[in-house]
Design a protein around this ligand. Sequence first.
Ligand code: CMP
Length: 139
Amino acid sequence: MTERTFSIIKPDATRRNLTGKVNTVIEDAGLRIVAQRRIRMSRAQAEKFYEVHKERPFFGELVEFMMSAPVVVQVLEGENAVARYREVMGATNPAQAAEGTIRKLYAESVGENSVHGSDSLENAKLEMVQFFTEADIVG
Ligand code: CMP
C-alpha cells in the first residue's frame, strides 16, 4: 500500500553537510521525497514534537540538540513507507544499525542519530501536520 511517512534530517547531519547523501539513501530505497523544507526548530516545536519523551532523562538534551542547527523536515511516499523508512534508517543506536542504513553510515551516537522517522502511520499523520499542510505535499 502506498503510504506517507514523516522524516527529519537532524542537526548532526545538516552540520556535516550530509543532506544530499541522506536523500540519496532515501531515494535509492524507493522512497519519494514529496515535501521538504529546511528550518530552524523553535523550542516550542521541538518540545511538542518530542512530547511523548518528556519524562525521559534525555528530553532536555534532545530538545537542545534539535534546536542546535537547521533540520530538514520531509514527507516521504512509497510502498509501506513507514516500515520501509525505518528499515532504511536502521536501529536508533548506530552501534546496532545494519550495514548500508543511514544511521550505520552517518549517525554519531544514539542521541545524534542523523534522522527521525515516524514509528506508525498514525504518528506519521500527527507529525506531518506539525510542519506541513496538505498543499505543501506534491506527490
Ligand atoms: P528519534 O527516532 O527521533 O526519537 C526519539 C529520539 O530520542 C531518538 O531518535 C534519539 O535521537 C533520542 N534518544 C533516544 N535514546 C536516547 C538516549 N539514550 N540519549 C539521548 N537521546 C536519545
